[in-house]
Design a protein around this ligand. Sequence first.
Ligand code: ZN
Length: 136
Amino acid sequence: MSTVENESDKPAATASQTRRHFLQRLTIGSVAVSATSLVATAAITAATPSVANASLRHPDSVKVFRFRTRNNVSCRACKLHHRYTMFRSRKVAKSNRAHPGCDCALEPQWIKRSTFRRLFKATGAIETGVVDLRKV
Ligand SMILES: [Zn+2]
């Protein structure tokens, strides 16, 4: 009789263990999910001040955009064009590429406010947003 009872207990015990394990796994999983969501929100909140810090790191500077030819495969026309042009915004730069097939990378560059005034405002290039450094 005792052996029969033991056999009948074993499946019940294993079933409860598996249920317990299942519940433990569930709670561990939910904790892991909440941890990752916490990490994600922390990353988002950390990313937002870093954008604000970007302007703080360049206190008396203005952001302009230039195409990059270094560490990049680009044709001769691009190299000549990108060396001497500077753009007020990303949008202006994209509409003023060297040629239709140009896919050179755009890079932000911080210049002094006085330099910006000399390049963009004194030459009147602030209206078009493009400066040809050969003509300044
Ligand atoms: Zn190009």
